[in-house]
Design a protein around this ligand. Structure first.
Ligand code: HEM
Length: 386
């Protein structure tokens, strides 16, 4: 008798019904459920949500949301897909490159033979090699088009200069991938073409000869040159490109996407030059106006004086300008010290700023250090806050 049946019989006997055999036989599904309940009860079975477990540790959902649910400015178009297209080709190059490396031999005597073998005899070898070869040219074309897009749309300006610089390094590394890959078949064409490229490199100013020596891996072209190109092409440069693409995308997500130039004329509602750059929020055209305290200072100087209570609390830049001013006046003006007697403060203030002393010399020092007039402030900000 099974464990389950015996348990049912015991239960029925304990209940005094004496009809143990009459108890309906549970179905297979019920028995499975009971077994699972029992296992859970004994702690031998747990339903684990693997995705949730990983997510709670690496915040993959948050990263994915920041990447994919970003606000993009109005007017974005197909030109904005060129960066992603370049990235797609890079991924394709990496995948096809892995398959090619399974059949390639980086030896001066066997490289060409291994390439011929993979092209003519390996299943889909010619197709994969073709993808890799054409992909290299396509990547160069796409990277230039992407660069042109970011240039003509002004995406290289503040605050995206660093991303532009990263892009330039990516461009250089991509061309080096082309150069190093071209030698790998080690046929007549690739051999002589690489010698030409190496000589051109050597003619470069200052670092040119050193760079050419490094690439050649010695005074002459040899088997070592092939090994060096292979290592650079297989490991060093793809690793660098992968890391830099990561940094590039990080900045794209952090800084948002640039609006097309024709959308730029009107600043979108709520977009202020002084706003903090927020992750995943698109930022537009604030590179066309000054972005430091000068903006707030100029704006408040143009406005009539307002009471402190009326100062717009949301204006972060103005608040920052006030803070800076307060610090400066603390450092430079002794009259601001609240412990000082009123007379001393008045006298000293008068010596600092004559017009104020002529009109109404304050009897008490101002409560807020920021209220003290600052002769170094050309914008008259001190008046505004007093
Ligand atoms: C391996 C090469 C590259 C990859 C995979 C790549 C990828 C991307 C992607 C996916 C984006 C966001 C979508 C877009 O705006 O197209 C982007 C944006 C950007 N890229 Fe690249 N990129 C590469 C090379 C370059 C180069 C060579 C430059 C310039 C020299 C550059 C400069 C920029 C800039 C400035 C942005 C920001 C665009 C904006 O805010 O509107 N990138 N890149």
């Amino acid at each position: 008798m099974s464990l389950l049946k015996r348990k049912e019989k015991e239960t029925a006997e304990a209940n005094g019904s004496g009809e143990a055999e009459a108890v309906a036989k549970p179905s297979k599904g019920e028995r499975m459920g009971q077994a699972k309940d029992l296992a859970v009860h004994h702690g031998t079975h747990k339903s684990i949500d693997v995705a949730g477990w990983v997510d709670s540790r690496v915040n993959a959902t948050g990263i994915f949301t920041a990447m994919m649910s970003r606000h993009v400015p109005k007017g974005t178009n197909w030109f904005y897909t060129l960066g992603s297209a370049t990235m797609f080709i890079f991924a394709m190059q990496a995948i096809t490159g892995v398959f090619l490396s399974m059949y390639y031999t980086p030896s001066a005597t066997q490289a060409y033979a291994s390439i011929t073998h993979m092209t003519n005899e390996v299943f889909m070898g010619e197709f994969v090699r073709g993808l890799h070869k054409w992909g290299a040219s396509l990547m160069i074309i796409l990277i230039f088009l992407h660069m042109a897009r970011t240039f003509f749309f002004g995406a290289y300006k503040y605050p995206r200069e660093l991303n532009w610089v990263i892009g330039v390094v990516l461009l250089i590394l991509t061309t080096v991938m082309g150069l190093t890959g071209y030698l790998l078949p080690f046929d007549q064409r690739s051999f002589w073409a690489t010698i030409v490229a190496n000589n051109i490199t050597a003619s470069g100013p200052i670092v040119g000869p050193y760079l050419a020596d490094f690439l050649r891996a010695g005074p002459d072209f040899s088997a070592t040159t092939l090994s060096r190109f292979y290592a650079l092409h297989m490991m060093v440069i793809p690793g660098l490109i992968g890391a830099l693409i990561g940094a590039h995308l990080f900045f794209v997500v952090k800084l948002g996407t640039t609006a097309p130039p024709w959308v730029r004329a009107g600043r979108p509602k709520g977009s202020r030059p002084e706003e903090e750059v927020t992750a995943g929020v698109a930022r537009e055209d604030f590179d066309e106006v000054p972005v430091n305290g000068a903006v707030a200072a100029a704006a408040s100087a143009a406005e009539p004086p307002v009471k402190e209570a009326e100062v717009d609390q949301e204006d972060a830049q103005a608040a920052e300008a006030e803070e800076v001013e307060a610090k400066e006046s603390e450092e430079t003006e002794a009259a601001v010290e609240p412990e000082e007697p009123a007379e001393e403060a008045t006298a000293e203030e008068g010596s600092v700023e004559e017009p104020a002393a002529d009109e109404t010399a304050p009897e008490e020092p101002p409560a807020d250090p920021a209220d003290a007039s600052d002769d170094s402030d050309p914008s008259g900000e001190g008046e505004v806050s007093s």
